[in-house]
Design a protein around this ligand. Structure first.
Ligand code: HEC
Ligand code: HEC
Length: 144
């Protein structure tokens, strides 16, 4: 799966920043449990992906990751939401490459946000007008 090109495109700015910051002492450890993303993905790029997940679903890191800030265990697979997210990543890759003919994942057409729109549960139908807006006048107008 070529997520790295996507992330490279998305995080050019973040990458430049981290190079300038030159790995201070106490830099966080390299990721140790990546199963869908490239195992050696640089941390700044990984963080860009994680931020897109959080904003697409409208959640904090703790929605998918075990622990309580500041004692997080990001490598842990204890939360089912993290497992679901991996399945979603594979699904998004499949839709783009197999159904939509996307060759370069930096040009992906369907993203987490396409469905989630800032919520954990995507809508399955268009929102209907609230019942309160249906007055006898509007109902008889609709019936003609
Ligand atoms: C929608 C779920 C979700 C959200 C929200 C999320 N993550 Fe993740 N995160 C994952 C998944 C899934 C993986 C593993 C990806 C893989 O297997 O390739 C992961 C992996 C990681 C890793 C690598 C851990 C390791 O050692 O393997 C770090 C670090 C991380 N996330 C940090 C964050 C941070 C910080 C946030 C908040 C800004 C965040 N994540 C938000 C799902 C999420
Ligand atoms: C094709 C539409 C679609 C796309 C694209 C999509 N999802 Fe989902 N996602 C769903 C649906 C539908 C559910 C099930 C919601 C339910 O259970 O009611 C769901 C559920 C989830 C859940 C579990 C619900 C929860 O409470 O947290 C997570 C986590 C999640 N998606 C993460 C992702 C991530 C990360 C991406 C991008 C890699 C993604 N999704 C892309 C449709 C989508």
């Amino acid at each position: 799966m070529n997520w790295s090109s996507l992330v490279l495109a998305a995080s050019a700015g973040a990458l430049a920043f981290s190079v300038a910051a030159a790995q201070p002492t106490g830099a966080p450890p390299a990721p140790k449990n990546l199963q869908v993303l490239p195992k050696d993905m640089p941390r700044p790029q990984l963080m860009e992906v994680m931020k897109t997940f959080s904003s697409a679903l409208g959640v904090k890191c703790t929605h998918c990751h075990a622990g309580t800030p500041p004692t997080m265990d990001f490598a842990s697979d204890a939360k089912k939401e993290k497992q679901i997210a991996r399945a979603m990543m594979r699904m998004v890759h499949r839709i783009n490459t197999q159904d939509l003919g996307v060759k370069d994942m930096s040009q992906m057409k369907v993203t987490c946000f396409t469905c989630h729109r800032g919520a954990t549960k995507p809508l399955t139908a268009a929102p209907t007008a609230p019942v309160s807006s249906l007055t006898p006048a509007t109902i008889s107008a609709e019936r003609g």
